[in-house]
Design a protein around this ligand. Structure first.
Ligand SMILES: *Cc1c(COP(=O)(O)O)cnc(C)c1O
Length: 424
């Protein structure tokens, strides 16, 4: 962009305001500018969203979509949730960012709230999910060296095939997805991969140097993949027996998404640490955290870890409001009930293009048969005004806001049926 063009934009903003400048960007112009000035690390749907309200998102022409992506489960509270938004408005009159060089009352309550909500001892607030995973890795390694007695730099962490834990270089280094890694090496050593759901493989991978097992309770990005029943409990048992840290990455499955506060509760497989993010931000701000048992969380000493924005006062009140709202409105119960209705509705669709429908709570996927034109189907969903995208394995994800109603669930099922009709 040349100086004149830059001056033009900021002149416009300073004269008319950002709201007016944004209003002047048409849907097509937004797409053009994004592709011209942004790196091409995403391939978005050809839709420009200008407004949200509950489960709905609207483009510039006013077309109303049901948001079944829900920002990959981050918009659990619905767009512009009133309780969360009101807390932000009030906090904007007080203080928003201080850094961790001082204490704040807001973060103090966030830490208490996180520990009460998760029934854990201590918490470490961060911003993005990937940062929470990185934090858990550092905690597990330091615990292994200082408490368990693993020789320096020999700690091993066991991960699952087809995992998704974020996009930092360390995290993509232990991904099994070629595209996540290709061109980005060399990678951090110290990770061992086992097949997800295979208890014997997990047991065989454990050595005296193993520090931790990090897994998602349900592999959401991998295609809504469930381990066999009993796997979470078995992993808990193996970690206890071998003195390892069990770390569940509940960034996507946590906070009522699967019909309980956390997915590990289905098997009472309480972890030593848990990674949290996405819905913790109330649908409007990145807030993540690691929560865990004192024996491991207490290995951090001043200077070991940090984040400029982590646990800032604005983030803290948002996360507190997000958790309070989930409790007062029984999001877990809603997610379980509405998820069962969605699963039943989608499961009853007679279309031959469907290979499988699976889910728990409001984390549901439709896997289509090999050979189905998934590009055409994505467009079919858009034509029916449903926002959904494929995960890795021909599985279209439904993770709508947890505030969804029965009639809205039925509407999703009806629209899905018509979208599938259009490609068969
Ligand atoms: C989204 C996600 C992450 C990464 O979160 P970011 O906020 O995008 O860094 C990590 N783990 C799981 C299971 C996720 O779904």
């Amino acid at each position: 962009m040349n100086d004149a063009a830059i001056a033009g934009l900021f002149d416009l903003i300073n004269e008319k305001g950002i709201g007016e400048a944004v209003k002047r960007v048409s849907d097509e112009e937004a797409i053009r500018l994004t592709e011209e000035y942004g790196t091409h690390n995403y391939h978005p749907l050809h839709v420009n969203i200008v407004r949200g309200d509950g489960i709905y998102a609207y483009d510039g022409s006013g077309t109303e979509y049901i948001d079944c992506i829900g920002s990959y489960s981050a918009v659990a509270h619905g767009h512009l949730n009133e309780a969360v938004s009101n807390v932000v408005r009030k906090q904007l009159d007080k203080i928003t960012l201080t850094s961790r060089a001082v204490y704040t009352s807001e973060m103090a309550l966030l830490l208490q709230g996180l520990c009460e909500y998760t029934e854990m001892d201590m918490a470490c607030p961060m911003n993005t999910g990937a940062e929470a995973v990185e934090t858990a890795i550092k905690l597990a390694r330091k615990w292994a060296y200082t408490i368990k007695g693993v020789p320096t730099n020999r700690a091993e962490i066991i991960v699952a095939n087809e995992n998704f834990h974020g996009r930092t270089t360390t995290i993509v280094g232990f991904s099994s997805e070629a595209q996540y890694k290709e061109g980005f090496g060399p990678f951090t050593p110290g990770f061992k991969m086992v097949d997800f759901g295979d208890t014997a493989a997990l047991e065989a991978a454990i050595t005296p140097n193993t520090a931790a097992v990090i897994m998602e309770p349900i592999q959401a990005e991998g295609g809504i993949i469930f381990p066999p029943g009993g796997y979470m409990a078995a992993a808990r048992g193996l970690c206890t027996m071998n003195n390892l840290m069990l770390i569940w990455d509940e960034i996507q499955t946590g906070f009522c998404r699967t019909g309980k506060r956390f997915a590990w509760q289905y098997e009472d497989a309480k972890p030593d640490m848990m990674c949290l993010g996405k819905a913790l931000g109330g649908g409007l701000y990145p807030v993540s955290a690691v929560v865990g048992a004192r024996k491991v969380m207490s290995v951090f000493v001043p200077g070991d870890h940090g984040s400029t924005f982590g646990g800032n006062p604005l983030a803290s009140v948002i996360a507190l409001a997000a958790m309070a709202e989930m409790e007062s409105k029984d999001y877990a119960g809603r997610s379980a009930a509405m998820g069962a209705r969605l699963l039943e509705g989608l499961g009853a669709l007679p279309h031959s293009s469907i290979e499988d429908v699976r889910g728990r709570g409001l984390l549901v996927g439709i896997e289509v048969r090999e050979g189905v034109d998934t590009k055409a189907l994505t467009q079919g969903f858009l034509n029916e005004r449903i926002l959904t995208k494929e995960t890795r394995s021909r599985t279209f994800r439904y993770a709508p806001p947890l505030i969804i109603s029965e009639s809205q669930i039925d509407e999703i099922v009806a629209r899905t049926s018509r979208a599938l009709d259009a490609v068969s």
